[in-house]
Structures are given as structure tokens and as C-alpha cells.
Ligand binder design. Structure first.
Ligand code: GDP
Ligand code: GDP
Length: 483
């Protein structure tokens, strides 16, 4: 942790670069992905294996924050056609990423599939670093240099298994690709607001409505090849950034086939925002895909505002009652976001858009809030005395010594307990809900950490079942696991 002001602690990276990992099956892409994310191994995930089937995650190297994507896990696993598989990864990377790590295998030397994809990457002019993996010892490191024949500069020998060469790999990447996006001269605590949602819900229309609102677009982030466009704007005198994933399709040149990479675009937008506006279509609200997107935002600890668009198309004798009905329905399906706020808009005629933006700013303000320490202790201790903790995996009673807030953006709390093994899942949720209700953190995922004997235990109180299920479903069948 640096000594940046506390308010900025959890600030999302301003226009963080998206780095895509591509390569043949079995060269070690997902091992490298995990090795590069590595340092958080102290974190005990609630569901074991959650990090394994993740394909996009925020990473950090020497203070530079970026997003890492394992495109091998993003594109469908081929039955036999390695060429098509790696080709689709390259498409994803060329389309959406700022820089690429092409992984090859030191043991087999560069293969035809590597040459083929290298050529495409060269043509696209993306910054690329070749990582020759499985260079577990000096002899294999030497043979790694054969990969210079790929014409993508000096290859970097690495071993994901032994965590060798990772620093060199990152240095090479930074030398080739500017890893820091242009943060602009916005105040660092200005909210970064992302518009996300499945196709056709009206994201572009909404972005236009937001930016047209005050006609004070400062400048579009110039020269960026990034998928999601970051546009600074002002609303009622307050600065903000709009992250718009829809823009890309308007810029032409994108074939229909790449629509499937919208998942990468959405993930990148979500990771870079403070507040996610999850746009639903009033005519078909809360589909599984909507839930999946909202779940991703919740899992990434973003504040969520559900935006019901195309409200103009709904017949309503009694608009208030109709709104209540929608809110009830949406919250019932998004239990992983207790009390999530809902806004009703028509992007076409602009109605509801100012109220939506006010709600988004309010969510961000909450996200930056420090609660009173004494009151926090009182509220939590009261809650404990009302409900004695059920026991967790380790026998014995749980004792809570102290609680404190240790961060914002998202609001983060640490509970000091006698033994973290005694923390039961339902108790974590109970604590989170207590804090949420008492301090009005509706729609704000809270980060809760338990410390004590048994190590550090971090949870989101908001793990969405929908997202977890979808992740499992979408998890790639590993070649070795297919049967
Ligand atoms: P992917 O299909 O490209 O994502 O490859 P995986 O990450 O699943 O790795 C494929 C196999 O290579 C696994 O059995 C890994 O344990 C192994 N592997 C990955 N990295 C290394 C490495 O640095 N050295 C060695 N010896 N094996 C590795
Ligand atoms: P995106 O794919 O999410 O970016 O969706 P678009 O912004 O391209 O909108 C999809 C379609 O919905 C277009 O035909 C829009 O004109 C229409 N649309 C968007 N917002 C509204 C709205 O508020 N009301 C109505 N009636 N139509 C809308």
C-alpha cells in the first residue's frame, strides 16, 4: 500500500490498460494468469476455486494497476481445431485489449499455431510480449530464445510454476505498452460511472442522453483504442467520467462475430468504475444475462444502480404502483444486492435521466463515506448480543474483539475475532446486513474482513449465486478434464 490519501485507496484505475493473455492450449496461460495475480494468495476465497475460473481480474505491478484477461478461458474450447481457438483469442485481444502476452512453451519451441497468431498480432500493431513458459531451469531459459523467430522482439523466458521471470515479463510489457491510461485532470474522487447491460437495452441511447444532458463534454479520451470509451462530463456542476461500452459498435469495422467479446468489454468497464448502471429493458426486465452482469458488478465490489430503460413503452395507469412492482421484481431476483436502488428512464426522451444521475452520484458519495467509529462499534456489538454467532468450521465460540472501518471505495470493514475458523458464512452476511441497514449502504457491496487466529478471511457479503453459477457453467473444459 502506498501512502496515497485514504480516500483514493480503492479508487478504480483510471482507464487501466487491459492486457490479454493468448496462446495454444496447455502452454500455461491460466497458470501464468494466476501467477501474475499471485500476491493475493493470503486471501481465502469463500468458494474454493473461485479464482481459477475467473478469466478477467485486476492486477498490479509496482504500483501500476491493470486488468489481466485469460482469453483462452473466454473463447470456446475447440474440439480439435487449435488454430481456430487461438485465432479467436487473437481476435478478442486485437479487438479489446491494449497489450498482449503471447504465451508459448519452452519445451516444444514455437509451433505453427504460434507463428500464425504472431503474424496476426504483428499486422494489428498491438504491443505484444512473447512469454516462453515452462522455462523452469537455465537450460530451458536458453532454448526460449528460439521464439525470437516469431518476430515480436526478445522473448521473455518465464516459469509460471516456479514464478520465475514474472518481473522481467512485466518490465518488457511496460516498455512496449504504456500501461497507464490518460487519467485526465479530473479530481481523483470524481465518480466513474459505467453503463453496462446486454445488447439492445439502450446503452448507447442512454450514454447519449447523459452526455447531451449538459452539453459539457470536456473531451473524448483521444486516441484510445480501448473498447470502452471514457468520457469526462459534468452534471449539475460536479465532474464525473462516463464509461460507455456500447460506443465501439458505432465506430464500424467490427464484425458481428466479435459481439461475443462483449463480455470482455463489460468486464473491463465494470472493473474501472465506481458505480455500475446496469441497464434493463422495461419490456423484458431481469433476464439471466442481466443478473449475470449485475452479479459481476457486485462481485467486483461496485455500487450498482439498476436502470429500467424504455419506460416510455410501458402502459401505466398508476406509474408509482408500476414502479413499485418493478422494484419488487428486480430486488427479488437480485438478492445478492440487498436494497439495490432502481431508476426509471427513457433514454429516448430523456425523462428520468437527471434523477438517475443524482442517484448515481449519491451512491458514489456513500461509497466514499467513513462511518463514525464509536457508532460502528456500538451497532455491531448490539447486533452480536442480539444473535450469538453460530459456529463455523472450527469448534468453539466466536468472540468479536473489535471492529473498524479501514477503507472506502468500497466501504471496507475489519472484524478482529479470536478465531476466523469460527466465523460462519451466515454470520458474515448478518454482520454485513447490519452495517448496511444501519448506515444506509443500499446498493453498495461491502468488503468485510475477519482477522484473528486462523488467518485473514475476506468476503464480499454479496457473492452472487447467479454469477458463480454462470462462471462455473462458462468455465472452460480443460483438455485433460474433458472426459
Ligand atoms: P493453458 O491451457 O494454456 O491455460 O495451460 P494451463 O495453465 O492449464 O497449464 C497446462 C499445464 O502446464 C498444466 O499441467 C500446468 O501445471 C503446466 N504448467 C504451467 N506452467 C508451467 C511451468 O511454468 N512449468 C511447468 N513445468 N509446467 C507448467
Ligand atoms: P445498446 O445495444 O444497449 O447500446 O442499445 P441501443 O442504444 O442501440 O438501443 C437499442 C434500441 O432500443 C434502439 O432501437 C433504440 O432506439 C431503442 N431504445 C433505446 N432507448 C430507448 C427508450 O428509452 N425508449 C424506447 N422506446 N426505445 C429505446
Amino acid at each position: 500500500m502506498t501512502d496515497a490519501p485514504a480516500q483514493l485507496e480503492g479508487a478504480p484505475p483510471a482507464a487501466a490498460a487491459l492486457v490479454a493473455i493468448v496462446g495454444r492450449p496447455n502452454v500455461g496461460k491460466s497458470s501464468l494468469f494466476n501467477a501474475l495475480l499471485g500476491r493475493r494468495s493470503a486471501i481465502v476465497a469463500e468458494e474454493s476455486g473461485t479464482t481459477r475460473d475467473r478469466v478477467i481480474a485486476p492486477a498490479e505491478f509496482e504500483g501500476r494497476r491493470f486488468l489481466l484477461a485469460d482469453t483462452g478461458g473466454l473463447v470456446p474450447q475447440p474440439e480439435s481445431d487449435v488454430q481456430a481457438h487461438i485465432g479467436a483469442q487473437a481476435d478478442a485481444a486485437i479487438e479489446s485489449a491494449d497489450a498482449v502476452i503471447l504465451v508459448t512453451d519452452a519445451r516444444s519451441g514455437p509451433a505453427y499455431a504460434d507463428e500464425h497468431v504472431a503474424q496476426r498480432l504483428r499486422q494489428a500493431g498491438k504491443p505484444v510480449v512473447v512469454a516462453v513458459n515452462k522455462a523452469d531451469n537455465p537450460a530451458q531459459e536458453l532454448s526460449a530464445f528460439e521464439a525470437a523467430s516469431l518476430g515480436l522482439g526478445d522473448p521473455v523466458p518465464v516459469s509460471a510454476l516456479h514464478r520465475r521471470g514474472l518481473g522481467e515479463l512485466m518490465d518488457a510489457l511496460i516498455a512496449r505498452a504504456p500501461m497507464d491510461g490518460a487519467p485526465g485532470d479530473l479530481p481523483p474522487d470524481a465518480p466513474r460511472i459505467a453503463i453496462v447491460g446486454r445488447p439492445n437495452v439502450g446503452k448507447s441511447a442512454l450514454a447519449n442522453a447523459v452526455l447531451g444532458q449538459e452539453r459539457s463534454v470536456v473531451s473524448a479520451a483521444a486516441g484510445t483504442t480501448r473498447d470502452a470509451l471514457d468520457t469526462p462530463f459534468e452534471f449539475e456542476g460536479a465532474p464525473a467520467v462516463l464509461i460507455d461500452t456500447a460506443g465501439i459498435r458505432r465506430r464500424g469495422a467490427v464484425q458481428p462475430g466479435v459481439e461475443k467479446f462483449s463480455v470482455m468489454r463489460a468486464a473491463s468497464a465494470i472493473h474501472r468504475c465506481d458505480v455500475a448502471l446496469v441497464v434493463l429493458d422495461a419490456q423484458q426486465p431481469a433476464t439471466d444475462q442481466d443478473l449475470h452482469i449485475a452479479g459481476q458488478a457486485a462481485d467486483a465490489f461496485k455500487s450498482v444502480l439498476i436502470v429500467v430503460n424504455k419506460w416510455d413503452l410501458i402502459e401505466k395507469d398508476d406509474p408509482r404502483r408500476e414502479e413499485r412492482r418493478f422494484v419488487y421484481g428486480a430486488r427479488a431476483r437480485m438478492r445478492f444486492l440487498p436494497g439495490v436502488p432502481v431508476a426509471f428512464v427513457s433514454a429516448l426522451d430523456g425523462s428520468g435521466v437527471p434523477a438517475m444521475l443524482r442517484a448515481a452520484f449519491a451512491l458514489h458519495e456513500k461509497r466514499m463515506e467513513w462511518v463514525d467509529g464509536a457508532r460502528l462499534s456500538r451497532v455491531v456489538m448490539d447486533a452480536v448480543s442480539r444473535h450469538l454467532p453460530p459456529s463455523g468450521s472450527v469448534k468453539g465460540s466466536l468472540k468479536l474483539h473489535r471492529v473498524k472501518q479501514d477503507g472506502v471505495r468500497p466501504p471496507s470493514f475489519t472484524f478482529f475475532v479470536n478465531n476466523t475458523g469460527r466465523v460462519h458464512f451466515s454470520y458474515e452476511r448478518y454482520m454485513a446486513n447490519t452495517i448496511r441497514e444501519e448506515f444506509g449502504f443500499d446498493g453498495a457491496p461491502l468488503k468485510i474482513e475477519f482477522r484473528g487466529k486462523g488467518g485473514v478471511h475476506v468476503i464480499g457479503d454479496n457473492r452472487s449465486k447467479a454469477a458463480a453459477r454462470a462462471r462455473r457453467k462458462g468455465a472452460r473444459a480443460r483438455p485433460g478434464e474433458r472426459r
